[in-house]
Design a protein around this ligand. Structure first.
Ligand code: 4NP
Length: 156
């Protein structure tokens, strides 16, 4: 099993979008059985809530499922469960350092690091920008590039 955890600040806009979109990619390739995909937030403000209305709206438009998803806060235990911990921005990376454990083989990286010639280093937070479309486009590129890299690394 390959375990992938997406991280953002609130776990209601960007990381649930990435989780749902990454799952969709896996389903399109018929390799979802080999993966465990989840998302979590740095903060605990929205714990237990479904994705933000803007995220739900764009996922609905694209027919991507998000039923049952609920925000949770990242936990030290996540370093024992996940192989890839994928952050949306530099601030997330900094915040993850605080709770990070040194566990061999756990890869912590930003989603945009996987995109060649990315025009953004960070996935902008639509909670503040209100631009869920632009965030969707970046996450789409990021998830495709991330999956390509994981397939190469893991021989999927
Ligand atoms: P996210 O967006 O990190 O993409 O889920 C945010 C959601 C809520 C807050 C910040 C960012 N907030 O401050 O409540």
């Amino acid at each position: 099993m390959i375990n992938v955890l997406f991280i953002c600040l609130g776990n209601i806009c960007r990381s649930p979008m990435a989780e749902a979109m990454f799952r969709r990619l896996l389903e399109e390739e018929g390799i979802q059985e080999q993966f465990n995909v989840d998302s979590a937030g740095i903060g605990n403000w929205h714990v237990g809530l479904p994705p933000h209305e803007g995220t739900r709206k764009i996922l609905d438009q694209k027919n991507i499922a998000y039923e049952g998803m609920k925000a949770r806060q990242v936990d030290k235990k996540d370093w024992d469960e996940f192989d890839y911990i994928i952050a949306m921005d530099e601030q997330n990376m900094h915040d993850l350092e605080v709770i990070r454990k040194e566990v061999d083989g756990v890869k912590v990286a930003k989603l945009m690091d996987y995109v060649e010639k990315a025009n953004e280093e960070n996935v902008p937070d639509p909670y503040f920008t209100k631009n869920f479309d632009y965030t969707y486009q970046l996450i789409d590129r990021g998830c495709r590039a991330l999956l390509a890299e994981i397939k190469k690394e893991r021989g999927v």
